[in-house]
Design a protein around this ligand. Structure first.
Ligand code: ZN
Ligand code: ZN
Length: 380
């Protein structure tokens, strides 16, 4: 018996043994010896497709058939050009992609909560499960040596299949697409925690600086919560995308930006500032444009910033938060929220590619004029 695989390869060892009684064992057995494709990012803008043995789920593990795999800005910042990351961002030449969403193909022993056919989102960090951060569901903050992120230290989503720990999986609600799920797995989860940290409500004017995929997600969630949103970027294409995502006003960054924001807010400034740019100018603008007693959150990674704390922070009575991804419980809440409100983060996607076109996907994403870019496995 030869099992046809979606990409035209063939199972080389399947025997067609029908004597296996247990469904779960049968699922796993039927996959033995099959090969899959996966994408490695060796640095210097190279994107390599390789063939791998299909992994077999061990205890507590699940084999996920990939459906959608997002590209994240941190892939560009720390992996695609050069492997600059250390610690949690150290890339270990594994299959890339840390925004995976797919359908369960097979489960290993000890997995009861999930089964084949279930649609899932992958929380992209596997923590030790024992430390204080893990106990709160914040595996992102796990400092154990066991901590491993998909697409960084263990194989990620740019592949036909992903071997995942069941405890990192969340059910994808029926009302959401796999692309929606992929976006939640890192970028939108990060936005959601930022929104929670600064307590965005319909009473607020929210300044979002940096309108890449994270910034667009911030615009979408803040606007959906009833807030008035001002989007700022230096790239005209991104301003248009922000308008489509629900921004009330968009404007170019630069020397006049603070004055323009004051004009838009009756001279008061914004209740909330969200920096999604990671730039010094963007971070500073969030403080400068903030209203007295305002709340600011920094989500954009990298770089540095210097500012005078007295006029920009202390005397304005500001609260400044740093925020990094989210906990798995928050991610579950976000999925429920999106489903209930009929929100689709995939509306911020401007480009999709098949797995075999991953190289082009990174090239275009790196050019900086796109919204979200996603690899879709269905068409391959
Ligand atoms: Zn990310
Ligand atoms: Zn831990």
């Amino acid at each position: 018996m030869i099992k046809e695989l979606p990409w035209g390869a063939q199972d080389r060892t399947l025997t067609g043994d029908d004597s296996i009684a247990h469904d779960r064992e049968k699922d796993v057995e039927a996959l033995e010896g099959i090969f899959m494709r996966g994408v490695i990012l060796p640095g210097r803008e190279r994107v390599e497709m390789k063939e791998f043995d299909l992994p077999e789920p061990g205890h507590g593990q699940v084999l996920v058939k990939m459906k959608a795999s997002g590209l994240c800005g941190s892939d560009l910042r720390a992996i695609y050009h050069e492997h600059t990351g250390s610690g949690a961002e150290r890339y270990q030449n594994v299959i890339a992609g840390h925004e995976p969403s797919g359908q369960i193909e097979a489960v290993g022993p000890g997995v009861d909560r999930l089964g084949p056919g279930d649609r899932v989102v992958v929380y992209h960090i596997v923590g030790c499960g024992r430390c204080e951060e893990c106990a709160q569901g914040f595996m992102i903050g796990c400092s154990s040596r066991e901590r491993a992120a998909y697409g960084w230290q263990r194989d990620g989503g740019h592949a036909d299949y992903l071997l995942a720990e069941a405890r990192t999986l969340l059910p994808l609600p029926d009302g959401l697409t796999y692309t929606d799920g992929a976006l939640v797995a890192c970028g939108l989860g990060t936005v959601y925690q930022g929104i929670l940290r600064v307590g965005v409500s319909g009473r607020d004017t929210v300044l979002v600086v940096g309108l890449g995929p994270v910034g667009l997600g911030a615009v979408m969630l803040a606007a959906a919560g009833g807030a008035e949103v001002i989007g700022v970027d230096l790239i005209p294409e991104r301003l248009e995308l922000a308008r489509d995502a629900g921004a009330t006003h968009v404007l170019m960054g630069g020397e006049d930006a603070v004055e323009e924001i004051r004009d838009l807010t009756a001279g008061r400034g914004t209740e909330v500032g969200m920096d999604c740019s990671g730039s010094a100018a963007g971070r500073k603008l969030c403080l400068e444009a903030a209203r007295e007693w305002g709340r600011v959150v920094y989500l954009g990674e990298g770089g540095s910033v210097t500012f005078e704390p007295s006029p920009l922070l202390l005397h304005k009575q500001l609260t400044l938060h740093g925020s990094w991804v989210c906990g798995i419980h928050e991610m579950g809440n976000l999925l429920e929220h999106l489903d209930r409100k009929g929100l689709h983060p995939e509306t911020t996607v401007t480009h999709t590619f098949s797995l075999s076109d991953t190289r082009v996907a990174y090239e275009i994403f790196d050019a900086g004029k796109t919204g979200k870019v996603v690899i879709l496995l269905e068409d391959t």
